[in-house]
Write a protein that binds this ligand. Structure first.
Ligand code: FAD
Length: 415
């Protein structure tokens, strides 16, 4: 596969862009693979990539029922940060954040990582205490964050109203190397790199059954026929419950819709990401100039992959308190994704009751930021059959044993 470079762009410009190749091969399923990954979202593709890169396992297929990156990976608001409270979370999210720093070079694909800084506003005394605690925990974990004053908040984000009608801004938890990346590009970059290693990425191929013998997985049934495999990775976010059902076990997961919206594009007015958990909304500005806005998840379980009016109203009302200038903006479009929520708001990277069948899910409202770290950890689990240090705490058994990794505060606003 040809290397992307400034030289390649210049060469193609001179010959009318006739020399670009397909970014990844169109593949038809083989009869058998060493590893089959179900789900070509960011986590599934990153798992396949690190299986090849870190463990030399390249006889791999990634099966996707729709189009690549068409699930939550292509529907999120792209916030990347690692300022979590608990040690296992900080470790995996910081691993992911650090991999984002060099992802464009590693994949030879511009994922537009923009470490513009993320602030989480503290708007009650309780939040001030909570975020100061997180800043101290982050210092011990080697994650660089700080608690900043209202004056510094205003300096970093001049369009903010510090004296909101209900809640004043009392400070913020600030991570300066946090930011955003282009979500589709992350999926496309991993897909291209996987295809380059000889892996098959098969779109429009829905897994409809999981086959096993003597408690060990042997393959999957799909809309493109049966495919045998030595090991199976289930990486399907909001559809995890269905796949677990096919494999004969149950998951402590609820699926709900999470929504986002964007405004019409305007001139640059905000070069940081701001999350306002108390009023419940968050906002950043895309490179195109649109204000990218997100709010809370639906309060009831559903599989509705679209937006709804009451969420727009609640989220926009909350953000107008924080950014009064957006009251005059027109909204362009809204959408929804089905997110997979665990009770402790932490993910599952785990062996399952079915032998050689592994699962990665439960990233809920905040898994885009985790994609490279999660792929790294899941590839290690699948390759070795046992979790490495990054995944060890995220096993399914924690729900039975009561060892929760409580991140309900860090994941307080959907992001
Ligand atoms: C509106 C919204 C905003 C968000 N904002 C952020 C944010 O700012 N920052 C952040 O970190 N996270 C955010 N998230 C969360 C993040 O998008 C997800 O956690 C992450 O993308 C999950 O990736 P994934 O690869 O696990 O799942 P997905 O991208 O959903 O991929 C799973 C794939 O599995 C496929 N699949 C399902 N069933 C089958 C089957 N039977 N056979 C074959 N394929 C199947 C699906 O079609 C899908 O493509 C947001 C999510 C939403 C919806």
């Amino acid at each position: 596969m040809k290397h992307y470079s400034a030289f390649a762009i210049a060469r193609e410009a001179l010959r009318g862009h006739t020399g670009w190749e397909r970014a990844w091969r169109k593949a038809t399923p083989k009869k058998r693979y060493d590893v089959v990954i179900v789900g070509a979202g960011g986590h599934g593709l990153a798992t396949a990539y690190y299986l090849g890169r870190n463990h030399g396992i390249r006889n791999v297929a990634v099966l996707e029922k729709g189009w690549l990156g068409g699930g939550n990976t292509g529907r999120n608001t792209t916030i990347i940060r690692s300022n979590y409270l608990q040690d296992p979370s900080a470790a995996i999210y910081e691993k992911a954040r650090s991999l984002y720093e060099t992802m464009s070079q590693d994949l030879n694909y511009n994922v537009m990582y923009s470490p513009r800084g993320v602030m989480m506003l503290a708007q009650t005394e309780h939040e001030v205490r909570g975020y100061k605690r997180t800043a101290h925990a982050n210092a011990l974990q080697g994650v660089k964050t700080e608690f900043i004053s209202p004056a510094r908040v205003k300096e970093l984000c001049p369009i903010i109203e510090l004296r909101g009608p209900r809640y004043p801004v009392l400070g913020a938890l600030w991570q300066d190397r946090a930011g955003t990346a282009r979500h589709d590009a992350v999926a496309w970059g991993y897909a291209r790199a996987c295809s380059n290693m000889g892996m098959d990425i098969i779109q429009k191929c829905e897994v409809t059954g999981i086959r096993s013998e003597n408690g060990q997985v042997t393959g999957v049934t799909t809309t493109k026929g049966d495919i045998a495999c030595g090991k199976l990775g289930i990486v399907v976010a909001g559809h995890s419950g269905h796949l677990a059902d096919m494999a004969g076990f149950r998951l402590p997961i609820e699926s709900v819709a999470l929504q986002a919206l964007v405004s019409e594009p305007i001139k640059p007015c905000m070069d940081v990401v701001v999350m306002a958990n108390t009023v419940h909304g968050y906002m950043s500005q895309s490179d195109k100039g649109e204000m990218v806005i997100g709010g809370g998840a639906d309060g009831y379980n559903n599989y509705t992959q679209r937006g709804s009016f009451h969420h727009i109203e609640e989220t926009v009302r909350a953000l107008i308190e924080t950014f009064p200038m957006i009251s005059r903006l027109k909204m362009l479009r809204q959408w929804g994704g089905i997110v997979d929520m665990t009770g402790d708001r932490s993910p599952i990277i785990s062996k399952t009751p079915l032998g050689n069948c592994f699962i990665n899910c439960g990233w809920g409202t905040g898994g885009f930021k985790a994609i490279p770290g999660s792929g790294w950890a899941t590839a290690e689990l699948i390759a070795r059959g046992e979790p490495g240090p990054l995944a060890a705490a995220f096993g399914l058994e924690r729900f039975r044993e009561g060892r929760f990794i409580d991140e309900s505060v860090a994941a307080g606003v959907a992001h």
